[in-house]
Structure formats: C-alpha cells, structure tokens
Design a protein around this ligand. Sequence first.
Ligand code: PEP
Length: 267
Amino acid sequence: MRPIVIAGNWKMHTNPTDAGELAHTIASRTKVAGVTRVLCPPFVCLAAVRDAVAGEDVAVGAQDVHHERVGAYTGDIAASMLAGLATWVIVGHSERRRWHHETNELVSEKLKRAIEAGLRPILCVGEDLEVREAGAHVAEALVVDQVLDAVRPNSGTGLAESGLVVAYEPVWAIGTGRHASGADAAGMAVAIRQALDDTFAGSVAGLRGETTPILYGGSVTAASIDQFLAEPEIDGALVGGASLKPDEMAGIVARAGITAHARGLAG
Ligand code: PEP
C-alpha cells in the first residue's frame, strides 16, 4: 500500500536560529495518524530541524544533492555528507532545473547518488506553461520522458528499495497561486505509473507503478489540497510556500489524515 506523504520544501527560507522553532511548531500541530511528514529545510538548517523534531516521527529531507560522490565542487554537498542529518532528498526540483540548468541526465546521476547513500528520493518532474497549453498529451509525454530519463539509468531494484517518490509539479503552478486540477494531476499520475510499468516490467524486484507514491506539487494550500487527495492516484503533496506556515500545514496534514483513514492507512 502506498503511503500518504506531505513534504514541505522550505526553499531558501529560514536560518539555523529560527528553523528549529518552526519545525517544532509544525511537528506538534500535524500529529495525524497515517500521514508521513517530511520537512526539507536549507542545508544549513538540517541539524536544527533534525534536533527539533527528534522523537516526533517527522522525517528530515535535503533539497538537493550533488551528482558526484566527492571532489572539487566548491559549495556543493555530496549525498554521503547528509548522513545523520537527513533521510530524504529532493532531486530535480524545477527551480534547480531552471536556475542551475540541471538536465534529466544530471538528475538521473543525483538519483543514483541518493540511492547509494540510502536516502529516500523525491524526484520532481513537471511541464512548463507552453507545454501544458499544447495539450494534456503533450504534457504527459514530456513528463514521462523526464521520469524515464531519470530512472532508466538506475537499477529497478535500487529504485524500488529506495522507496522512490515522484512529485508531479507543473512549473507554471509553482509559487504562482495557480494550480493544476485534481483530474489533470491524476491523469499525469496514471501516465507516470504506466511508463514505470512498461519500463521495468520483467525485472523481478523492479519498480512498480502501483507501489510508487506520486505527489502533486504547485501552490498547494489547506484550501486547495482537497481536490488532489480526493484522487485515488495521488498520494500526497510537495508543498512550498505554504509549508512555512504552521496553520497551512496543520490544515493540509489534517486533510491528508482523512485520506489516510479512508485508504486504511491510519492504523
Ligand atoms: C515546491 O517548492 O515544490 C512548490 C510546489 O512550491 P509552492 O507550493 O510554493 O508552489
């Protein structure tokens, strides 16, 4: 059974002195059975957030990881360096693709490093507005290519064991206040699952579409989460701006708890 995941991406917000308090507040206001909670602060806040949520059943994730294991990469962070700080990691976020020119091939390498380091990856994919306006099939083809380019060079077994999560995040919906419809997000999830099955069918312990959690991301708030979680194909959300607001997170996770209960995940 797939988990319900609500992951908060704090982007380049907070600092080591206030991140712990925010994490503690969110953790204490989102205790809901059956929902996997993940907080992804900036690298320099990982230790503070880890300490603040110790014993709270909240996972800590990094927002990125370098594609090499070690080397002369000033300012970068290798997956192995996250040991003891984070257990999850976001790879391929559209802001990394946009501002750091990350390609699908690079994202695939990052995925490899995350898996090697035992981190649970959240692979972000999504189309820009021009592609969406060209039609749902065009958007699905592009997003499926993003997913397959990232996963294909990796072993199906490694991906399955890592607990890979895919986040469908239309670029035009991130930080804009506009969001996809629940039906569009669900349609994308179906296309991604089918592509995973087509790719890894025949590999005994490979990745399976039906066991891969797929989240929606893009201007999710407590007011908009409902239509995504009402879709059986959607397993939660990657939340940006609203994840910095305890009231919003409390509302989002409470709604996720209803879905967890309905899907028999709440114990
Ligand atoms: C994100 O950062 O992944 C995101 C979806 O941001 P926002 O919720 O602010 O659109």
